[in-house]
Write a protein that binds this ligand. Structure first.
Ligand code: PEP
Ligand code: MG
Length: 574
């Protein structure tokens, strides 16, 4: 029987394919007394061999698709699998305690994990603990005869179904095979959703129950534009989705005609339409979609894709590639924003109750200034290869901005003293994503070169509604007059000091928000590359004087977000 589930539309596009469950299996087992230790040791050896064969395949695939460096983590797992000390401890445990292999394996690996984790000032040992945890799961899966899901092993067209996807899970999805993904939890601005948009993989998040309802291999029809998914669609529903897919493809080819066009409103005013990227590889998407600049380069992905802190040289190479790739057009590079939903395997941070309110971004950077200075040096060195703008994330106070800027100036002075050239025209700005900074934007505007509003965070902090939590997604309201008033305050404050104000949160590409933002006088709009052309198309229809009137009405006369949406719709129709 066909069943319809509604979720949050997270990435446009339509797909029909069978389900691949990316769900951790149940690896629980009972501890048993076993007399025949030899038999248990044979089971252990069989599971070790199967795990090793499987890991070897995964390793080779990772090397092929992601590169040798990425594959190294699997080498570490293979080493654990053949570690004689570990294996003999498990065998001894089986013989001495007369227990089943599962139980001996768990006892011994828990002991090693505990020992390594106790050395919490040693990142190498922390990684070893993580490797042993992963390998234990794999061996257990073979002992229990259950399958561990692995996105890199997918080699046919599927819709990935998961409880949640971390940014690193999403990075492993191969667009050739993964036609869409659907999750139980998550919000439109969670980083997996943002990545899905740059990878152009249709996605629906926050369905609450997709993993309960879908079995491996079930056929799913996914509409990422409207946020609905049909389990076991009927023939006529499939035909309907195919028609929608065709209409979407036609719409995309219409937009593509604007690839090399100027971004101008109906009354001829130009707005800068920039794109957000996570890695130099995303430049291709920016070019294909006619992005005029990079309004946000999320550099933390460079850190997340690396087995250890990326060196100054590795960072310099990446920043140079982006600056050169943009041929002198502006590139706003945001300094590392780890924390929240983005983790680094080699930087163990204490578990926090509220990671989005915790040790994150500039807070880590000012505390770990060795790491921050390495990034600043790499950026400064790369600055001669294009038009660099440096932006600090999660700024709450002027002191934070001043401290970060002082470090930047110190590193610049050092480099120049060493005889290294640094560009003289680097703009230095901040993200406005904490309400405190938005409220005193007039003070910040005196000291920064620009603002870029990070609405993904600004909305969650203003409305006190976690951007990742589908249960409170009704409160995640970009069009709430409270948000619009904050935005007006920020944009006016920038303009009063002759500075520019941009936006790099997802709201910048939201088709209902764009008319309001044009009316508020936002200077630069930066979004997922895939939203650039439809926004250019929309802007062509807007008249700035009318949009100013619209924005003023929304701010002064509307009481609720719904009223604002209705008002925008009435203006667009008129
Ligand atoms: C934002 O908060 O709007 C933003 C662009 O940063 P991120 O999504 O990476 O937190
Ligand atoms: Mg943010």
């Amino acid at each position: 029987m066909a069943e319809l589930l509604q979720g949050i539309a997270a990435s446009d596009g339509i797909a029909i394919a069978k389900a691949y469950r990316l769900v951790q299996p149940d690896l629980s087992f009972d501890k048993k007394t076993v007399e025949d230790s030899d038999k248990e040791i044979k089971r252990l050896q069989g599971a070790l061999k199967n795990s090793s064969d499987e890991l070897q395949i995964i390793r080779d695939k990772a090397a092929e698709s992601l590169g040798e460096e990425e594959a190294q983590v699997f080498d570490a797992h293979l080493m654990v699998l053949s570690d004689p000390e570990l294996i003999s401890s498990i065998e001894d445990n089986i013989r001495t305690n007369k227990v089943n292999t599962e139980s001996a394996l768990k006892d011994v690996t828990d002991m090693f994990i505990g020992m390594f984790e106790a050395m919490d000032d040693n990142p190498y040992m922390q990684e070893r603990a993580a490797d042993i945890k992963d390998v234990t799961k794999r061996i257990l899966s073979h002992l229990l005869g259950v399958k561990l899901p692995n996105p890199s092993m997918i080699n046919e067209e599927v819709v990935v179904v998961a409880h949640d996807l971390t940014p690193s899970d999403t990075a492993q999805l191969d667009r050739r095979y993964v036609k869409a993904f659907v999750t139980d939890i998550g919000g439109r601005t969670s980083h997996s959703a943002i990545m899905a948009r740059s990878l152009e993989i249709p996605a629906i998040v926050g369905t609450k129950e997709i993993t309960d309802k879908v079995n491996e291999g079930d056929i799913l029809a996914v509409n990422g534009i409207e946020g609905d998914v049909i389990i076991h669609p009927t023939d006529s529903q499939i035909a309907d989705y195919q028609t929608k897919a065709k209409a979407f493809a036609d719409q995309k080819s219409e937009w593509e005609k604007l690839k090399n066009a100027q971004t101008v409103t109906a009354d001829g005013k130009h707005f800068e339409l920039a794109a957000n990227i996570g890695t130099p590889k995303d430049l291709e998407g920016v070019k294909n979609n006619g992005g005029e600049a990079i309004g946000l380069y999320r550099t933390e992905f460079l850190y997340m894709d690396s087995p250890d802190f990326p060196t100054e040289e590795a960072q310099y190479t990446a920043y140079k590639a982006v600056l050169e790739g943009m041929d002198g057009k502006p590139v706003v590079v945001r300094t590392m924003d780890i924390g929240g939903d983005k983790e680094l395997p080699y930087l163990t941070l204490p578990h926090e109750m509220n990671p989005f309110l915790g040790y994150r971004a500039i807070r880590i950077c000012l505390d770990r200034d060795d790491m921050f200075r390495t990034q600043l040096r790499a950026l400064l060195r790369a600055s001669v290869h294009g038009q660099l703008r440096i932006m600090f994330p999660m700024i709450a106070t002027l002191q934070e901005f001043r401290a970060a800027k002082t470090m930047l100036e110190e590193e610049k002075a050092k480099l120049e003293k060493e005889g290294t050239k640094v560009a003289s025209n680097i703009q230095v700005g901040i993200m406005i994503e904490i309400p405190a900074a938005a409220v005193i934007a007039d003070k910040f505007a005196k000291e920064v070169d620009f603002f870029s509003v990070g609405t993904n965070d600004l909305i969650q902090y203003t409305m006190a509604a976690d951007r990742m939590n589908e249960r409170v997604s009704y409160l995640y309201q970009p069009y709430n007059p409270a948000i619009l008033r904050l935005l007006k305050n920020v944009i006016d404050a920038a303009h009063a000091e002759g500075k520019w104000a941009g936006m790099c949160g997802e709201m910048a590409g939201d088709q209902t928000a764009v008319p309001l933002l044009v009316g508020l006088g936002l200077d630069e709009f930066s979004m997922s590359a895939t939203s650039v052309l439809k926004t250019r198309s929309l802007m062509k229809q807007l008249d700035t004087a009318k949009m100013t009137e619209l924005a003023n009405k929304a701010i002064n006369d509307c009481d609720t977000a719904d009223e604002v949406v209705a008002l925008v719709e009435s203006y667009l129709k008129a």
